[in-house]
Ligand binder design. Structure first.
Ligand SMILES: *Cc1c(COP(=O)(O)O)cnc(C)c1O
Length: 494
């Protein structure tokens, strides 16, 4: 399987190269040259497998430089770090209504599904390419990627990782998880600015020749742990296919039946993986893109116009507080008929004018598969409270955005819908407690304890004792200082 850039279809690389580079030198994102198809016999095999095998099976179709056994080894190590026996259980709360819990990993958010795999994929890709140098992972985070990426890459030989997060844009628990991160090769820094500022700065360094040359002097080559990296997206495709197998095995659907998926969306990575699963042959009805008050994607799917001229809103689902959704570029590329020039032109417009528009034809094609909706803060809290009161099921604010949108869309009886659940509720204890019980407790550790007592649920192991751990990182910089910070950090470790 070859990979091409969304901005230049003549730029062709192998899977290993796509993973090592992270982003194409033209600023485009790597996409598979074609989508591998799942046939009846594949589904038969997949249905019999456990999750690690399913993940290896799906990945092997995309990464043919890797053997199935090699990938299975990675998957066993990655998902062996998860809590409980199933890394991504599908929980039925009502007839036709399922939550796909993707947060049983070491940092309690769905980012672990991919970021426990990525270090294995990256290290092995470097070996396959005969690359000796060190890889510097630069990551912008809206809260969850940073922690999951550092946890994944900590003390991995030949790698270093620097994470930037918006100083006021993450929950206390998320911040605490990051600044107490252990490992010799990790570094995290807050920036004055929002996630888009951090993401733009990181992307800028990726395409800067000057930065590349200076880093090369210290033996470093850049790569990304954000979902712009194919190695982040590929492992995410597997859990959609796995969820579909689980629905089949549970007798909830018959072969060929369609299931809807509602996905709480920020950077458009998770829902894009659902789209890729569909392209491989998973029968999907609607893929519903759920946004919080930063509803740029809702407006886009309604009007065809992507318009970043709007106020950035800080919400209780901070990992979705994003206005520039990077991975939408990959979808635009597909619906433009894989037109690299057009995609590049649109991304230029976005950079220059902050806006672009797709054609009527593209929009109506997208709308055949994609639906959209958004949930404001009040509705998000109401949804948390509804699921707790009605089903005794506790969800986090990101998942609640998706569940709220699901309830707005639920018209037809007898449909099967999977709501993608992206974080453990204890990552956001103060807001979840307030939503479930009406009381406000700003101290996140106290809130977590109260929440545990109120709901008779357990604080997950990785979040216990966070308040006892030493803070290792305190830097806060301006977004204009990111380049300098990266060079200084990297070169001091050369
Ligand atoms: C990152 C994140 C999302 C959004 O996922 P995207 O792939 O960026 O669309 C949703 N929920 C949580 C908890 C997240 O960490």
């Amino acid at each position: 399987m070859k990979y091409i850039s969304t901005r230049d279809v003549n730029r062709v690389v192998s899977g290993a190269q796509a993973i090592v580079e992270g982003i194409a030198p033209d600023g485009g994102l790597y996409v598979p040259a074609s989508f591998p198809a799942l046939f009846q016999e594949d589904w038969n095999k997949l249905r019999e497998m456990e999750y690690t095998e399913r993940a290896a099976y799906v990945l092997s179709l995309y990464l043919d430089e890797f053997s199935y056994d090699e990938l299975l080894g990675f998957a066993k190590e990655a998902y062996g770090r998860f809590y409980g026996d199933d890394p991504c259980p599908l929980v039925k709360v009502d007839e036709g209504q399922f939550f796909l819990e993707l947060w049983h990993g070491p940092t309690c958010a769905f980012k672990d599904m991919a970021l426990t795999m990525l270090p294995h994929l990256l290290t092995a890709s470097k070996k396959k390419l005969g690359e000796q140098g060190k890889t510097l992972i630069l990551t912008a985070t809206s809260g969850d990627t940073g922690k999951a990426a550092m946890e994944g890459f900590r003390d991995v030989d030949g790698t270093g990782i620097i994470v930037f997060y918006p100083s006021d844009g993450v929950s206390d628990m998320q911040r605490r998880q990051m600044v107490t991160q252990e490992g010799k090769n990790v570094c995290v820094c807050a920036i004055h600015g929002n996630f888009d500022d951090a993401q733009s700065a990181v992307k800028r360094i990726f395409t800067s020749k000057e930065a590349a040359e200076k880093l090369a002097e210290g033996g470093w080559k850049l790569s990304s742990a954000n979902s712009i990296n194919w190695g982040r997206l590929a492992p995410q495709i597997a859990y959609y296919i796995s969820a579909y197998c689980d629905l089949l095995n549970a007798g909830e659907i018959e072969e060929g039946d369609k299931a809807d998926f509602v996905v709480p969306t920020g950077n458009f990575g998770d829902i894009l993986a659902a789209y890729y699963a569909m392209r491989m042959g998973m029968p999907a009805g609607k893929l519903i893109c759920a946004s919080n008050s930063n509803r740029v994607l809702t407006d886009f799917f309604q009007t065809g116009k992507y318009d970043t001229h709007r106020k950035f809103v800080e919400t209780i689902s901070p990992s979705m507080d994003i206005i520039i959704s990077s991975n939408l570029e990959r979808l635009l590329f597909e619906y433009s008929g894989r037109d690299g020039k057009l995609t590049a032109a649109r991304m230029d417009e976005l950079k220059k004018d902050g806006v672009y528009t797709v054609s009527e034809k593209e929009l109506s094609a997208m709308r055949e598969l994609f639906d959209c909706g958004c949930c404001d803060e009040e509705e998000t809290k109401r949804t948390i409270s509804y699921y707790f009161d009605e089903y005794g099921y506790l969800i986090d604010p990101h998942t609640a955005v998706a569940a709220g949108v699901y309830n707005d869309h639920k018209e037809e009886e007898g449909k099967v819908c999977v709501i993608v659940s992206t974080a453990n509720p204890y990552k956001f204890p103060a807001d979840v407690l307030e939503a479930a019980d009406g009381r406000r407790e700003d101290d996140p550790y106290k809130a977590a304890k109260d929440l545990s007592e109120l709901t008779a649920t357990e604080i997950p192991e990785p979040l216990k004792g966070l308040d006892q751990r030493a803070v290792r990182f305190t830097a806060v910089i301006d977004k204009s200082e990111i380049d300098e910070f990266v060079l200084k950090e990297a070169l001091s470790r050369a």
